[in-house]
Design a protein around this ligand. Structure first.
Ligand code: MN
Length: 346
């Protein structure tokens, strides 16, 4: 193996010697050998690809711990990992952009400003099914009067999902800034679920959307999901609060591995455990389709099929029917609840 000094390796990899020293210190790219007396680093030509990959991943903004894992994967798996990372960056970016738009409108005087969009309306459809394996339907849903949500109850006390959605609906009618109202309403829902659980290990996930006529705000805790279909693209608006998602975030699992992991349904957060839910606001567009679903849909059915089911049908009714059929084709191993809402010009 022919070795080259750090200066030459830096030139050929188009990295600076300083960057290479940092990659060495971080364990991302060790030199082939280091002179024990002078500390001078020597590299092999075979390391050039890895050096460039590390540099590109740094440019993408990938966290260092994750780069270390991705750079060690075979190319096809590394490609999956990069694609998964970038999908999440884009979803987060979209959510922040929409929040910024909402804030700009709000700071301009909200409903009275020139930036007000024409009034919009929603049409929606729902589906709830015990599936082919479970004995009870523990998934609850709600749709209408500005509140749409799903909740996947667990534990010996049944009905925690409905309890959460009812309490949320009762509390979101308070006046105030939408995001604050929703946060407070979620605290009411958590308290109601704690009462219903009565000291047992019962609880629920909660993923719900409040609709104001121009904006939506989302509240989310657990592993139910909200998706947005916009311009034919499916964006996941929520982040699963699961052990496996945490491992994906830490770079210990790929998205593909997480989808079939035996611990994929173990929650790290649920509604009544004291941790605050995720809450964010989102500016809607005519033609947007929102999907709220429990893991009874998104665990057995791949995201690509969910995208097609949501996209390729003329309205919420047909989309819900198609998604329900996908669940049954996948064996319906879990109960499922889903809501599809579409934004229309008024
Ligand atoms: Mn479930």
């Amino acid at each position: 193996m022919a070795l080259m000094p750090i200066g030459e390796f830096a030139r050929r990899s188009r990295l600076t010697p300083k960057a290479l020293r940092i990659y060495d210190d971080l364990g991302l790219l060790r030199p082939a050998c280091t002179d024990p007396r002078t500390g001078y680093r020597w590299y092999a030509a075979e390391q050039l690809d890895r050096a460039r990959l590390v540099a590109w991943l740094r440019h993408l903004g990938m966290p260092l711990a994750r780069i270390a894992v991705v750079a060690a994967l075979p190319p096809a798996e590394a490609a999956d990992a990069v694609a998964g990372f970038w999908r999440r960056v884009e979803a987060e970016h979209a959510a922040r952009r929409d929040l910024a738009t909402t804030l700009v409108t709000h700071l301009h005087g909200g409903g009275t400003s020139m930036t007000t969009t024409p009034p919009l309306r929603l049409r929606w459809a729902t589906h709830s099914d015990r599936g082919l394996v479970r004995e009870h339907q523990q998934d609850a849903l709600r749709a209408g009067e500005g509140l749409f949500g799903v909740a996947d109850g667990f534990g010996p006390r049944t009905g925690t999902g409905s309890t959460a959605l009812d309490a949320l609906a009762g509390a979101v009618t308070a006046p105030g800034a939408l995001v604050d109202v929703l946060r407070t309403a979620a605290e009411h829902a958590a308290a109601a679920v704690r009462d219903a659980a009565a000291g047992t290990a019962s609880g629920t996930t909660l993923t719900a959307l409040v609709w104001t006529g121009s904006d939506v705000a989302l509240v989310h805790v657990g592993d139910s999901r909200a998706y947005l279909l916009r311009d034919g693209e499916l964006l996941r608006l929520t982040h699963d609060h699961t052990v496996t998602q945490r491992m994906v975030d830490a770079g210990e699992l790929t998205e593909a591995e997480a989808a079939t992991h035996p611990q994929r349904s173990i929650l790290v957060r649920a509604l009544a455990d004291g941790a605050p839910p995720d809450v964010h606001a989102h500016r809607v567009r005519v033609g947007d389709r929102y999907l709220l679903c429990t893991d009874g849909l998104h665990t057995p059915v791949p995201e690509e099929a969910i995208r097609a089911g949501l996209r390729d049908h003329p309205g919420p009714d047909a989309a819900v029917t198609a998604l329900a059929a996908l669940v049954r084709e996948a064996g319906a191993p879990d109960d499922a609840a889903l809501v599809v809402a579409e934004v229309l010009a008024a």
